[in-house]
Design a protein around this ligand. Structure first.
Ligand code: PEP
Ligand code: MG
Length: 902
């Protein structure tokens, strides 16, 4: 039997159904499904995506069987519609030819309407419809569209003119009218002649008159449009594989432009922006599909006027919309045409929507009994939840603005503020005015910039990627972050930044959108997040917060299903409280170095000490500060486990690099400036990321580890004395081999034993390690002999596994993604094939030695949905991420657990 490449749909018989998206594309499958459930769909057929694949694999040829199958299906349409293609006696059949990929790619591919018109059929159409203007309007649209799409007469660049638009404009001028719809038949006839002449002049060929040749032209153009540039870019952005291919739908035309009892429109069964119940949409009388979106005439709003203007159609249309929503159990985005008061449905698909609309509609539909909580959880893109937490740029505020630059969208949120380049300046401005809005603009940030980052609304860096310091610290602080934006040129000396050919000075206003990576000139207005107002700021009552209510319901369902625990990366009591409000069950990573920056002078004294005794002495005040900080975090977490990581970054990050600052420090410490300069020189490294950092610091300076372990244990004992439960987990950073861990473990346990003996209280504590080097993964069985838990530091594991510097990859990552070498940024979404395999080895080996070993992740991937799902799959116990990513992690973890059951 020959292959079936063509699937028919119509009132009498339909070959496909809604489940056949891979083969028929979304549009074809849904047209089949609508026809099957008895909705008014003009008959047509779908040429499968397999033909698209064949077309590209065989030098743009079709399979042999296709011709006969298409011709047979065309006869089927003629039979059902009672019209013939190319009929020169009776009303002729006209068809449309549209693309339809498995996942909808709105507007990315091509469409041809009114196929079947020529100099003869147009006359019959005019006569039988009794509307000469209508017939010639269809014809001129057809020649124009066919010319653009099939004969490739599109303008090739922005300065190119479209020959058809030029002719149309000239005609309007000649006729003395403003809009196309005012052009009388005689002018439209002239236009068709002129359009065809333009085709001949540009292509050297006559415009095709044969309707079947026109159909094949349309089919070929749609298949070819699968590989146009915008379609390729759209697929890349949305993770749609290039080899899926598109289907082609050929369907009988119905006419919304045949007079005042005709109309065409688009509608959502619920609001795609807010998710609110009720149909919303636009329609236009006497118009064809593209007119509604073209914005030439102002459309009517369905929800306001349709019931009055078209009462019968409204009744049927609202009923069809309800049937479709109940059938698909999701918001539908539909296209329809009204031909002489008769409603025809041309398309339905699950509507694209905002995160707000996703959450509200899914929760409402569960409460309406339409879907189960499992289905609601499974269909919301987890990342969309961040929209509910961040201040946002409203659509209104962005109107008429074009981005001046685009970087990596590293920290979700929208921020607007005045440019400051120096963290000190930012801090000084903020100290004068706590309401100051600041965007910190840096080449990159370092821990030294922390204070400046803290007071900024947003951070823009010209280098560094999604796991750079600016990104992960900024995100953890809940700041909007755009990083790796290498098209902005920063001049610290002049305090200027240039973008898109314009220079901006310190104090000028810019706005950054951490959702998209876009940077805008000036002040774009933002709106605060309702969820945080209720949960964290407590400035809003839940009953006055409908978005919060939906959010909370979704979160409570998610918590019921998920198997993974969620923890937060948090360094301060403030962040810990925020984390608890957003559902954290513990802290998975406290980066203790951030605490040192609050006591930088004492720490610098320690670094400058020549001998152990001096170093020990310099560490004494730090012990007190650290103990106090840890107590704050333990109290805030109120018995939940807290993982504290020992000092990780290289010491050179803590010392001043400018001569002036070195002199000031020397003065303060009573040493010579040469000594300070020498020490800074000694600490310099070619590759600090692979340098004297992580446990290597604690091994060479065990007194630092001892001080930190003592501070943690004393803090734990103190809070327990106040009746607060406490479960510290002390974590060693960056070991590559068991001996390194064992060394540090020895120092920690000895310090802990001493504290517990002195205090007479022994908390339930653990000593474990980060796993962030490939060698640690492959020797995890040995490390697990002493380590009680593993926490995957996937920022470093990605860096060392791929050999890509986490701070410098911004310059080529875009290119890599453009070339499809990386499907995603590996610092944002875990490279499962490589880094993920290393993790699997570590899990397996770790469990072999210690079956009950606690396993978590605290790299930035802990808040990325695809990575969370991977962590579920390989059997981790928890994921840890920035507080504002927690809802995303909770939802993604629930999705993973539900997917297991299905
Ligand atoms: C990591 O490497 O994944 C990690 C969490 O540690 P840091 O980002 O502080 O190096
Ligand atoms: Mg690390």
């Amino acid at each position: 039997m020959s292959n079936k490449y063509v699937y028919f749909f119509g009132p009498d018989h339909t070959d496909g159904d809604g489940s056949m998206r891979p083969l028929l594309g979304g549009k074809g499958a849904n047209l089949a499904e609508m026809a099957k459930i008895g909705l008014p769909v003009p008959a047509g057929f779908t040429i499968t995506t397999e033909v698209c694949t064949y077309f590209y694999a065989n030098g743009q040829q079709y399979p042999q069987e296709l011709k006969a199958q298409v011709e047979e299906a065309m006869r089927g349409i003629e039979k059902v519609m009672g019209k013939k293609l190319g009929d020169t006696q009776e009303l002729p059949l006209l068809v449309s030819c549209r693309s339809g990929a498995r996942d909808s790619m709105p507007g990315m591919m091509d469409t041809v309407l009114n196929i079947g018109l020529n100099d003869k059929t147009v006359k019959v159409l005019a006569e039988k419809s009794g509307d000469e203007r209508f017939a010639w309007d269809c014809y001129r649209r057809f020649v124009q569209m066919y010319g653009r799409v099939v004969l490739d007469m599109k303008p090739k660049c922005k300065t190119d003119h479209c020959p058809f638009e030029d002719l149309l404009d000239a005609k309007k001028k000649k006729a003395g009218v403003e809009v196309d719809s005012e052009l009388k038949a005689e002018y439209l006839k002239e236009l068709v002649v002129e359009f065809k002449a333009a085709v001949k002049a540009q292509t050297g060929k006559d415009f095709p008159d044969d309707p079947m040749e026109q159909v094949w032209g349309g089919v070929g153009a749609v298949f070819s449009s699968w590989m146009n540039d915008r379609a390729i870019v759209y697929r890349r952005m949305n993770g749609i594989p290039h080899d899926w291919g598109t289907a082609v739908n050929v369907q009988a035309m119905v006419f919304g432009n045949m007079g005042e009892t005709c109309a065409t429109g688009v509608a959502f069964t619920r609001d795609g922006a807010t998710g609110a119940k009720g149909i919303v949409g636009d329609y236009l009388f006497n118009a064809q599909g593209e007119d509604v979106v073209a914005g030439i005439r102002m459309p009517h709003r369905i929800e306001y006027t349709m019931a009055e203007e078209l009462p019968h159609v409204w009744e049927e249309f609202s009923n069809v919309a309800m049937i479709l929503e109940n059938h698909y159990k999701d918001i539908q985005d539909v296209e329809f045409t009204i031909e002489n008061d008769k409603l025809w449905m041309l398309q339905t698909r699950n509507a694209k929507r905002t995160g707000f609309a996703h959450v509200r509609s899914a929760v409402d539909m569960v409460n309406e009994g339409l879907i189960t909580p499992e289905r609601a959880i499974s269909r919301i893109p987890a990342n969309d939840l961040t929209q509910l937490l961040q201040p946002v740029f409203s659509g209104e505020g962005l109107k008429g603005r074009t981005p001046i630059a685009k970087g990596i969208n590293a920290g979700p949120g929208a921020a607007t503020g005045q440019i400051y380049f120096q963290p000190d300046d930012a801090e000084a401005v903020w100290q004068k005015n706590n309401n100051a809005k600041i965007i910190l603009v840096r080449h990159e940030t370092t821990p030294e910039d922390l204070r400046g980052m803290k007071v900024s609304s947003g951070i823009l860096t010209s280098s560094g990627g999604a796991a750079s310091h600016a990104a992960l610290v900024g995100r953890q602080m809940g700041k909007a972050v755009v990083c790796g934006c290498d098209s902005v040129k920063i001049n610290y000396k002049n305090e200027t930044v240039s973008a898109a050919g314009k220079e901006y000075k310190k104090g000028d206003w810019i706005s950054i959108d951490g959702f998209t990576g876009n940077v805008y000139e000036g002040e774009v207005p933002t709106a605060p997040s309702e969820v945080l107002q209720v949960l964290f700021e407590k400035s809003l009552h839940p009953k006055d917060a409908p978005i919060y209510q939906c959010f909370q319901q979704l979160m409570s369902w998610s918590d019921r299903y998920r198997k993974l625990a969620v923890r937060a990366n948090a360094d301060t009591p403030y962040e810990a409280e925020q984390a608890i409000a957003l559902g954290a069950q513990g802290i998975g990573l406290t980066r203790t170095e951030h605490m040192f920056f609050n006591h930088i002078e004492e720490f610098r004294a320690m670094i400058l000490a020549d001998n152990v005794e001096d170093r020990q002495k310099a560490l004494e005040p730090l012990l007190k500060y650290q103990q106090r900080d840890f107590e704050g975090v333990f109290r805030a977490m109120n018995g939940r486990p807290v993982t504290i990581r020992l000092l990780d970054p290289p010491l050179h990050e803590f010392v001043p690099h400018e001569a002036k600052e070195q002199e000031a420090l020397a003065k303060k410490l009573g040493v010579t400036k040469e000594k300070v300069a020498q020490r800074v020189k000694d600490l310099a490294e070619f590759n600090p990321m692979l340098g004297h950092r992580g446990c290597r610091l604690g091994i060479v300076y065990p007194e630092i580890t001892r001080m930190q372990a003592t501070a943690i244990c004393r803090a734990a004992v103190n809070v327990m004395k106040d009746g607060i439960d406490c479960h510290p987990e002390i974590m060693v950073p960056l070991p590559g081999c068991a001996a390194e861990f064992k060394h540090q473990e020895g120092v920690i346990r000895e310090a802990a034993a001493k504290v517990f003996l002195e205090e007479g209280i022994t908390p339930d504590y653990m000593v474990g390690t980060m796993i962030e080097l490939p060698r640690a993964c492959v020797t995890a069985d040995k490390i697990a002999e002493n380590a009680e838990f593993f926490s995957f530091g996937t920022n470093d594991l990605t860096q060392t596994g791929l050999g890509i510097s986490r701070d410098d990859y911004g310059t080529y990552i875009n290119e890599y993604q453009e070339l499809d070498i990386f499907a995603a940024d590996p610092f944002q979404t875990l490279d499962q094939e490589g880094v993920g395999e290393l993790m699997k080895i570590a899990v397996e080996k770790g469990k072999k030695t210690r079956p009950d070993i606690k396993l978590g992740i605290c790299g930035e991937h802990g808040g990325d949905p695809a990575s969370v799902k991977f962590c579920h799959k390989i059997g981790l116990n928890y994921v840890s991420c920035s507080p504002l990513r927690l809802p995303v992690a909770r939802l993604a973890a629930a999705q993973a657990a539900i997917a297991d059951k299905q």
